[in-house]
Ligand binder design. Structure first.
Ligand SMILES: C[S@@+](CC[C@H](N)C(=O)[O-])C[C@H]1O[C@@H](n2cnc3c(N)ncnc32)[C@H](O)[C@@H]1O
Length: 423
């Protein structure tokens, strides 16, 4: 059955009384600001998902976003029900916090001014000749890139140097990395001395993730950075090298904080950073929205840099043939069974079992380009859930966002919702 996206206008915070069947208009998503560029974001199909919730959600139950990613569910529906937002990657809980918990105190601080002083000290302790002028020839530009990358071998005299050491000359310049480290340092200090709470801290980190995404010379993720092979690629990379982390941070900070204070509502939301098996094992009966990866690429490879920003744990970097790999990946990055052809079927079988065992209902997003054929997945859902559940599916076509500077930046994908509701 093909579902058209209707234009509902009413936005309500009230899903009706317990026991009453909600209306579709009760689940119209609210407008919310996106913060990072995320592969497979469901931001553009929230109306369709809301129509699905209207069919299976009951007002007294939490909504579980089991594979939350950049948190479109918390952004769109966080005012309607208690949300349990889970993802194996820690940065996801940081973003979810920004949509769900009020940041009451951080507005009193000028983070950029506080960081500015720290930045000046750090820059003066680094070797000279790391800054990017506007006009350079290709040879000089690549020498400068080399000097930035050489900071990987430097012994640092100051604390908070993780990005400056590990990522200078990759997605960011040394100067941009110094800003990333310094803003992180200021946020830690304010949190440690209790000037700000955890929701404030998470909002600050979310703005920093945003600034990282928009100043990066890559394509919105951190799988590979670009090399300057031609004058035209050099010019494009240099545009990004010269972008200001502080300006992107400050702009997002103002608008996101305004949105957060006006819209985040305390509905006993929970932030979880677990493997989906563990998250399911702890659940009371809920309505679970599951949007697992459907391609063979691991999110942990594409978004390792923001995972490291949130953990700030000086990770061991992956080594191949005696050299740190170009992508500077963390060695401990997660390999998802949904991205491995030999494991994906069992991963879904475990998902269906976990939903059943917690006596929950399920909305599962998947696409016709996934690792497992959509018909096979629907059959697996029907046989796993058995007679105790009604199982059905609906389709939507949308221009699915892919990342990369390719001509077919968005390609048509048919997105399905498989639904399983306890009878
Ligand atoms: C398609 S994305 C979710 C996108 C999200 N719905 C949005 O709109 O931003 C899939 C997510 O699944 C997460 N993931 C992969 N394997 C996981 C696992 N074993 N347990 C929990 N989360 C996992 C990834 O980190 C990724 O963020």
């Amino acid at each position: 059955m093909d579902v058209a996206v209707k234009n509902e206008v009413a936005v309500s915070n009230d899903i009706g009384a317990v026991g009453e069947r909600p209306r579709v208009s009760d689940y119209a998503p609210r407008a919310y600001p996106q913060v990072i560029k995320y592969m497979g974001s469901k931001a553009s199909i929230l109306r369709f998902i809301g129509e699905g919730f209207a069919k299976i959600h009951e007002p007294d139950k939490p909504l579980v976003d089991l594979f939350a990613g950049a948190c479109a569910i918390s952004g769109g529906f966080g005012h309607l029900a208690p949300i349990i937002s889970n993802d194996i990657q820690s940065y996801s809980a940081t973003i979810a916090s920004t949509y769900l918990h009020k940041a009451q105190n951080i507005g009193a601080f000028d983070i950029v001014s506080l960081a500015y002083k720290v930045v000046q000290e750090k820059l003066s302790a680094l070797p000279a000749g790391l800054l990017y002028p506007e006009n350079l020839n290709l040879e000089d530009f690549n020498e400068l890139e080399g000097r930035n990358r050489a900071l990987l071998q430097l012994d640092f005299s100051f604390a908070y140097h993780l990005f400056t050491k590990n990522y200078s000359g990759t997605w960011w310049s040394a100067e941009q990395c110094v800003w990333i480290d310094s803003i992180r340092e200021v946020l830690d200090q304010l949190h440690d001395n209790r000037s700000i709470g955890i929701a404030d801290f998470q909002l600050g980190l979310t703005c920093l993730m945003h600034a990282m995404a928009y100043t990066s010379q890559g394509t919105g993720h951190y799988a590979q950075y670009r090399d300057a092979k031609t004058v035209s690629s050099m010019k494009d990379i240099n545009k990004y090298r010269r972008q200001s982390v502080a300006s992107y941070f400050a702009r997002k900070f103002d608008s996101l904080l305004r949105w957060n204070l006006a819209n985040a509502t305390d509905r006993r939301h929970q932030l979880v950073s677990q493997d989906y098996h563990d998250c399911l094992a702890d659940l009371q009966p809920s309505v679970i929205y599951a949007d697992p990866p459907y391609a063979f690429v691991h999110y942990s490879r594409f978004y390792h840099a923001i995972e490291t920003l949130v953990k700030y744990d000086y990770p061991t970097l992956q080594v191949k043939s005696g050299e740190i790999v170009k992508g500077r990946y963390r060695v401990d990055r997660h390999q998802s069974p949904f991205c491995i052809r030999t494991q994906v079927r069992e991963a879904f079988a475990d998902l269906f079992d976990g939903v059943k065992e917690s006596e929950s209902d399920l909305l599962l997003s998947y696409s016709n380009t996934g690792m497992i054929n959509i018909e096979e997945l629907i059959d697996l859902a029907s046989s796993s859930f058995g007679k105790r559940y009604e199982v059905w599916f609906e389709n939507i076509d949308h221009d699915h966002m892919t990342m990369g500077r390719l001509k077919d930046r968005s390609r048509q994908v048919k997105e399905s919702l498989i639904m399983a509701k306890r009878r």
